[in-house]
Design a binder for this molecule. Structure first.
Ligand code: RTP
Ligand code: MG
Length: 155
C-alpha cells in the first residue's frame, strides 16, 4: 500500500541501556510526529532473532548481529505516521556508519550509531516486513483492524 500508515521499529541495546540517549531518541521520535501505537521493552532470545533476521542468516555479520541484539534490553515499537515506513527509514539514516557520519550526521544512526552493527535502530523495509515483524513482537495487534478504525480514519 502506498503511504502505509504504520511501521515497526526497534531501538537497539546500546541506546536503551543509556538513559540520556534513550530519552533523546524518544524525543526525536515525537518531534518528528510519529505516534507510538505500541511499545514494549524486550530482551530478545536466539529463536526470536533467528526468525526476525532470517534473511541475513548467511551474511558475514549475522553472528555478530545476533550476539549484539541479545546483549541487553531493546525497545520494540509500532509507529504511526503517513508513509511511516519511508519516513522512519529516512529518519534512521543509512545502515553503514561511515555514510551516517559523512552524509547523514543528523539522522538517528548519525547521532546514536556506534558501528555498522550497533547502528541504533531498526525499521521495517516494506509492508510485508511490517506485517511479519509486528506478528513476531505484537501477536495480538491486528494491522488491518487498526487501519480501519475510526480513530485512524479521522486523522
Ligand atoms: P534494519 O533492517 O536494522 O532496519 O537495517 P537496514 O535495513 O538498514 O540494514 P540490513 O542490511 O537489513 O541489516 C540489518 C542489520 O544488520 C546489521 N548489519 N551489520 N557490515 C555489518 O557489520 C552489518 N551490516 C548490517 C545492522 O545492525 C543492520 O541494521
Ligand atoms: Mg533491513
Amino acid at each position: 500500500m502506498d503511504k502505509f500508515p504504520l511501521t515497526f521499529a526497534i531501538i537497539k541495546p546500546h541506546v536503551v541501556s543509556n538513559p540520556v540517549a534513550f530519552q533523546r531518541l524518544q524525543s526525536i521520535i515525537s518531534d518528528n510526529k510519529f505516534e507510538v501505537i505500541r511499545s514494549k521493552q524486550v530482551k530478545l532470545t536466539e529463536p526470536i532473532l533467528a526468525e526476525f533476521y532470517g534473511e541475513h542468516r548467511d551474511k558475514f555479520f549475522y553472528n555478530r548481529l545476533i550476539t549484539f541484539m541479545r546483549s541487553g534490553e531493546t525497545q520494540a515499537l509500532i509507529l504511526h505516521k503517513i508513509d511511516a515506513i519511508t519516513s522512519w527509514r529516512n529518519l534512521m539514516g543509512p545502515t553503514k556508519v561511515f555514510k551516517t557520519l559523512y552524509s547523514h550526521p543528523e539522522s538517528l544512526r548519525g547521532q546514536f550509531g556506534l558501528s555498522d552493527t550497533r547502528n541504533a535502530c531498526h525499521g521495517s523495509d516494506s509492508v510485508a516486513s511490517v506485517e511479519k515483524e509486528v506478528k513476531i513482537f505484537f501477536p495480538d495487534f491486528n494491522i488491518h483492524d487498526w487501519c480501519t478504525t475510526s480513530e485512524f480514519q479521522a486523522k
